[in-house]
Design a protein. Structure first.
Length: 183
């Protein structure tokens, strides 16, 4: 996993709970926390950090990961405003993930293993998104979507009728947007 994810996690945890909390998570996992944005780190390190946060907060890991996605998105928007400024809605932003955003991510962070998405945008009311990734971080995808909706002044309802964690070949997310940008 690219170090940028760990950098974002450190920033969100430190901002929300303080630098001492980040240090406590590192200490409880035995990790040194020396992450560079371009570095590659074992996925197990993220799993360990999320597990430590889950235990400390008595909160399920998927809730921690979703929280992280929601909180990380505004940081990403401030670091990479060009990805956002050409869009007026969350839907139009999400539809650029495969064609624009992930290719740019792979340029910025060579070797990044981004998830794959398929979309059914045939309904004006619901955007169907299929998510595939060996990491099975669908909760992170949900959090990032929720965070993106906040960036565009919208709210999103996410239904998750298929999930790799339940044995499905992919996750299916049915997204419905409401709010000022969606109207």
């Amino acid at each position: 996993m690219k170090g940028i994810i760990f950098n974002l996690l450190q920033e969100t945890v430190s901002h929300e709970y303080g630098a001492d909390t980040w240090d406590a998570l590192l200490e409880s996992t035995g990790l040194d926390g020396a992450y560079t944005s371009l570095g590659n780190y074992p996925d197990e390190q993220l799993v360990a950090l999320v597990g430590a946060a889950s235990a400390a907060l008595k909160t399920p890991p998927n809730v921690i990961i979703r929280w992280f996605g929601v909180r990380a998105l505004p940081i990403l928007a401030s670091k990479y405003p060009d990805f956002f400024k050409r869009h007026r809605t969350t839907r139009s932003f999400i539809l650029t993930l495969n064609g624009i955003i992930h290719p740019e991510v792979r340029k910025l962070y060579p070797g990044a293993d981004t998830p794959d998405f398929e979309f059914d945008a045939s309904s004006p009311d619901t955007l169907v998104m299929l998510y595939r990734s060996k990491r099975k971080l669908c909760a992170l995808a949900e959090g990032l979507i929720e965070g993106a909706a906040g960036q565009f002044g919208e709210t999103v309802q996410i239904e998750h009728p298929q999930c790799m964690h339940r044995g499905d070949a992919h996750c299916r997310l049915d997204l419905s947007f409401t709010g000022k940008a969606a109207s």
